[in-house]
Ligand binder design. Structure first.
Ligand code: MGD
Ligand code: MGD
Ligand code: MO
Length: 759
C-alpha cells in the first residue's frame, strides 16, 4: 500500500498488479478518526465521468467565441480533439481576448478547493500562468468565512483576525481551563474530518472528546446532532443567533454581570452597545423574551445561560456557517461583543473563538512553520471581486458595488478560466449562474471529472489527479511534510496542469516553467523552503523523497490570541484605530452603510419566515459528512448516504406528517429560484420548521419538467444575495423552501454521465 494525501486526510491506496489502477483505499490502522470520504476514492478514480481527452463544445467550435444561452444544455455535444489542437485553439482565444479587451477581460478568480499538494495547487498554477501572460481579474476572500474575513480586521485588527484563524484558543486550553463552551452552530465532528491541505492524522476529534470530559458544552443550533450527545442542546432557528447573543448581553448588563473594568480598559463602544441592548437607541430592549420570539429559544434558558456564562471560565464559539447568511457578519460581531462583556478575552480557555467544529485544524494548538510554495508571480491587473459576486460580475459589467467601505467597478469579462473549483457546487442560485455564464465569450475548465461546471465549459482540459502526480503535502500546524508520490499514471490523456500551462505559455510567448519540468520544480520548491529562514532542519530532496517526508516541529504557540493584549493593552495594542476591541467602530459607522452599523445589531432578514407563508420551512444547507463538497459524489461512501437515489432531505416528524411524507419518499423542494427532488429522512434531531440538506450533490438539469435539479443540489434553491454591502460574501447556509410529496414518475439521475462526446 502507498500513502497519499487529501483534504480529507492521509491514507493508503493499493495499486493493481499492472500498476495502472487504484484497487483499494483505506485509512492508516492507527488513525483515530479517519474520514469516510476515503471510501469514495476507488470508484471515482476511473469512473465514467472522468474527463479522458481534451474536449471542445461543438457549437463554440463551429460558431466561434460568443455569448450563448445553450452553454450547459443537457444535449450539448463535445468534440474530442488532440492536445495540440486544444492548446492551439485556447492560446489563440486567450490572445484574442487579451489583445482585444485587455487582461482584465480574463477572469481567473477560479474559486475552489482543488486538491491537497503544495506544487500542483490548482489555483496557484492557474494564477502563475495567467500572470505570465499579463494578468487577470482576480477574486478575494472565500465562501467559508468571507464575511468574517472582512469584518474582523475592523474590530480586532488584521493580525489578531489572522491569529483567530490560525492561533486560536486550543482544545488543550479548553480541556484545562474552560468550564463552559457555548457554541453557536455546535461542534460537528464530520466537519473536523477536513483540513485544508491535508493532515498527517485527523487529530481534532480526540482532542474534542478529551475536552468534553471536563468542559460543559452548550450547543445552540437548529440541529441536535451538531454536537456530541453529551452536549446540552438549545434549539435556535437559523439566522437568529444575533438576537440570542444580544439578549445574553442584555442579561449581563441588567443583572450586573458584565465585566465593566475589562470593557473600560480593553474595548471601545461598550456604552453604545449597552444603550442599544437596553432599547435606549431604538425603543426595543433586547430582552430574553424579545430574543425568544425571534429565535424560539426559551427566555428562561437564555437568562439562565447568561448567569452560567458569567459564573466561570467561558468560551464563546461561533461556527463559520452563522456568517454565511444575510447579515451573517452580525453573528460574529455579536459573539465577540458577548465575549467582551464577559471580560474573559485573553484568559486561557476563555473569550472568543470562530471555528471549533468548522475545520479539522482549528484549535490543534500548533501554528507550525511556513510550508513550500510555488511562486505565482505578479498580477498587474488591479480589478477584483469578492469571490461570491461572480454572478453580478458577469451579469452587470460596468456596475459599481460597495465593498468594505469603498466601491468596486465590475469589469467586462469575456473569458473565464476555472481550475480546481466547482461553481455549480459552491455558488448560489444556479439558474442565475447559468445565465451569468451564458454572457461569456469563452468558458475554460480544467477538471478531473465531467462536473456540472465542466459541462458548461467551451473548452475542457483533462487533468491528472493527486493520485497521478508527484507532490508534497502538509496542512497548517501539521506534524509532517509528506512526500506524495504518484500512485498510477494519469487517466486517459489527462496531463498535469503544470504541463498544460507550460505549453500554453510557450504558444503565447510567455515563460511559465523557467526551463524546468514539474519534477525539477518539486525539488526546487522543497530546496527553497529548506533554505528559507524559519524552516525546520530537513534533509536534501532525494533523502526526503526516499524517507517519504520529514517531521515538522510541534511547538505549541506561546502567545495565543489576545494574551499579550490582555496583560498590557497599552504596550500591545490591537491593530484597530483605538488599539482596543472595537465593539462600536467609528470607521464602520463612517462607511454609512444601510445594513451595517458601528456596533452589532439585530436585523430581520429580508427573507423571513412568516406563519402561513408559502415557503414555510427553513432549509439548512450544510457541509456533507461523507465527501468534501461535491468531490467524488459518485463514490461509494457518498452513495451510501443517498435516499431514493438522491440527496437526502431531513425533516422533523411533525413537518413530514403534515406533508404526508415518510422515510424513503421522494420530495419536491421549491424556492422562488428553483426546485429539486430529494429523498426523505424523518428525524427529531431537528427543530420543527427546519429542514436540512447537505451541499454537494451534482447539479442535474436533465428533467426540467419535473424539477430544476433531480439529484438534490441545494444551490438551485439558495439566493445569490450578499451577506451585506460591507462584506459581499455568500449567504447560502440557509434558505426558505416549500416541501411537498412527489408522486410522479421519478426521473433517473444523469448527473454522473459524461456529455455526448464525438471525435
Ligand atoms: N448553499 C451552500 N453553498 C455552499 C456552502 C454552503 O454551506 N451552503 N459552502 C461553501 C463553502 S464553505 C465552500 S469552501 C465551497 C466549496 O466549493 P468548491 O471548492 O468549488 O467545491 P469542490 O467540490 O471542492 O470543488 C473542487 C473541484 O476541483 C476539482 N479538482 C480537484 N483537484 C483538482 C486539480 O488538481 N485540478 C483541477 N483543475 N481541478 C481539481 C474537483 O473535481 C472539484 O470539481 O462551497 C460553498 N457553497
Ligand atoms: N466532511 C466535511 N467536512 C468539511 C467540509 C466538507 O465538505 N465535508 N467542508 C469544509 C469547509 S470548506 C468549511 S468552510 C467548513 C464549514 O464549517 P461550518 O460552516 O461550521 O459547517 P456547516 O456544516 O455548514 O455548518 C455547521 C452547522 O451550523 C449550523 N447552522 C447553520 N446555520 C446556522 C445558524 O444560523 N445558526 C446556528 N446556531 N447554527 C447554524 C448547521 O446546523 C450546521 O450543521 O467545513 C469544512 N469541513
Ligand atoms: Mo469552505
Amino acid at each position: 500500500m502507498q500513502e497519499t494525501s487529501s483534504h480529507w486526510g492521509t491514507y493508503l491506496v493499493e495499486v493493481s498488479a499492472d500498476g495502472r489502477d487504484v484497487v483499494a483505499a483505506r485509512p492508516h490502522a492507527d488513525d483515530p478518526d479517519a474520514a469516510p470520504a476515503i471510501g469514495n476514492v476507488v470508484d471515482a478514480h476511473r469512473h465514467r465521468s472522468r474527463v479522458a481527452r481534451p474536449a471542445v463544445r461543438r457549437r463554440w467550435l463551429e460558431r466561434g467565441p460568443g455569448p450563448d444561452p445553450r452553454r450547459g444544455d443537457v444535449g450539448e455535444e463535445y468534440v474530442e480533439v488532440d492536445w495540440g489542437t486544444a492548446l492551439d485553439l485556447l492560446a489563440r482565444e486567450l490572445d484574442r481576448v487579451r489583445s482585444g479587451f485587455g487582461n482584465r477581460a480574463i477572469f481567473g478568480g477560479s474559486y475552489g478547493w482543488g486538491s491537497a499538494g503544495r506544487l500542483h495547487h490548482a489555483q496557484g498554477q492557474l494564477h502563475r500562468f495567467l500572470n505570465s501572460i499579463g494578468g487577470y481579474t482576480r477574486s478575494v476572500n472565500d465562501y467559508s468565512r468571507g464575511a468574517s474575513a472582512v469584518l474582523l480586521p475592523h474590530l480586532i485588527g488584521p493580525r489578531a483576525a489572522l491569529d483567530l484563524r490560525y492561533r486560536p484558543p486550543s482544545w488543550a486550553d479548553v480541556a484545562e481551563h474552560t468550564d463552559l463552551l457555548v457554541t453557536f452552530g455546535g461542534v460537528r465532528r464530520s466537519n473536523t474530518w477536513v483540513v485544508p491541505g491535508g493532515h498527517a492524522r485527523q487529530v481534532t476529534p480526540g482532542l474534542a472528546r478529551a475536552a468534553a470530559r471536563t468542559t460543559r458544552v452548550v450547543s445552540l443550533s437548529a440541529q441536535r446532532d451538531d454536537a456530541d450527545p453529551g452536549a446540552e442542546w438549545v434549539g435556535v432557528m437559523p439566522g437568529t443567533d444575533t438576537a440570542v447573543m444580544l439578549a445574553l448581553v442584555h442579561v449581563l448588563v441588567v443583572d450586573g454581570l458584565a465585566d465593566d473594568a475589562f470593557l473600560a480598559t480593553h474595548a471601545v463602544g461598550a456604552d453604545e452597545v449597552r444603550r442599544y441592548v437596553l432599547g435606549e437607541t431604538d425603543g426595543v430592549p433586547k430582552t430574553p423574551e424579545w430574543a425568544a420570539r425571534i429565535s424560539r429559544a426559551p427566555a428562561g434558558v437564555i437568562r439562565d445561560l447568561a448567569h452560567r456564562m458569567a459564573a466561570g471560565r467561558t468560551l464563546v464559539n461561533v461556527v463559520y456557517a452563522l456568517q454565511r447568511g444575510e447579515n451573517g457578519e452580525q453573528a460574529v460581531f455579536a459573539g465577540l461583543t458577548l465575549a467582551a462583556f464577559l471580560g474573559q478575552v485573553g484568559l486561557p480557555g476563555g473569550g472568543f473563538a470562530h471555528g471549533f467544529g468548522s475545520m479539522g485544524d482549528y484549535g490543534v494548538g500548533i501554528a507550525g512553520p511556513p510550508l513550500p510554495t510555488f511562486p505565482q508571480g505578479r498580477n498587474p491587473v488591479p480589478d477584483f471581486i469578492p469571490c461570491a459576486r461572480i454572478g453580478d460580475l458577469l451579469l452587470h459589467p460596468g456596475a459599481e458595488i460597495p465593498y468594505d467601505g469603498g466601491r468596486l467597478r465590475l469589469p467586462r469579462v469575456r473569458l473565464a478560466y476555472w481550475a480546481g473549483g466547482n461553481p455549480f457546487h459552491h455558488h448560489q442560485d444556479l439558474l442565475r449562474l447559468r445565465r451569468a455564464l451564458s454572457t461569456l465569450d469563452t468558458f475554460v475548465v480544467n477538471e478531473t471529472h465531467w462536473t456540472p461546471t465542466a459541462r458548461h465549459a467551451d473548452v475542457v482540459l483533462p487533468v491528472a489527479s493527486t493520485l497521478e502526480r508527484d507532490d508534497v503535502a502538509a496542512g497548517a500546524g501539521d506534524s509532517r511534510l509528506r512526500a506524495v508520490p504518484r500512485a498510477v499514471p494519469p487517466f486517459g490523456e489527462a496531463r498535469e496542469e503544470f504541463w498544460i500551462y507550460a505549453r500554453l505559455a510557450e504558444r503565447l510567448g510567455a515563460d511559465f516553467a523557467e526551463g524546468l519540468d514539474s519534477r525539477q520544480w518539486l525539488e526546487r520548491i522543497y530546496e527553497d523552503w529548506r533554505a528559507a529562514p524559519g524552516s525546520p532542519p530537513a534533509p536534501p530532496f532525494a533523502r526526503f523523497w526516499r524517507d517519504g517526508g520529514v517531521e515538522l516541529p510541534r511547538e505549541p504557540y506561546r502567545d495565543p490570541v489576545f494574551t499579550a493584549f490582555r496583560a498590557d493593552p497599552a504596550a500591545n495594542p490591537l491593530g484597530t484605530p483605538s488599539g482596543r476591541i472595537e465593539l462600536c467602530s467609528a470607521r464602520l459607522a463612517g462607511f454609512d452603510l444601510p445594513d451595517v452599523a458601528g456596533h452589532a445589531r439585530w436585523r430581520e432578514p429580508t427573507q423571513w419566515w412568516r406563519a402561513g407563508g408559502e415557503y414555510d420551512l427553513h432549509l439548512l444547507c450544510n457541509q456533507p459528512s461523507h465527501r468534501l463538497h461535491s468531490q467524488l459524489d459518485m463514490g461509494a461512501a457518498s452513495r451510501s448516504t443517498k435516499v431514493a437515489g438522491r440527496e437526502p432531505l431531513r425533516l422533523h416528524p411533525s413537518d413530514a406528517a403534515a406533508r404526508g411524507l415518510v422515510d424513503g419518499d421522494v420530495a419536491l423542494v421549491r424556492s422562488p429560484r428553483g426546485s429539486l427532488l430529494a429523498g426523505v429522512v424523518v428525524t427529531d434531531a431537528l427543530l420543527p420548521g427546519v429542514a436540512r440538506m447537505h451541499t454537494g450533490a451534482w447539479f442535474d438539469p436533465s428533467a426540467p419538467e419535473v424539477a430544476d435539479c433531480v439529484n438534490g443540489n441545494v444551490n438551485v434553491l439558495t439566493r445569490d444575495v450578499a451577506t451585506s454591502t460591507l462584506t459581499q460574501a455568500t449567504s447560502g447556509a440557509h434558505v426558505l423552501v416549500a416541501v411537498s410529496r412527489y408522486d410522479g414518475p421519478v426521473p433517473p439521475v444523469r448527473a454522473y454521465e459524461p456529455p455526448v462526446l464525438v471525435r
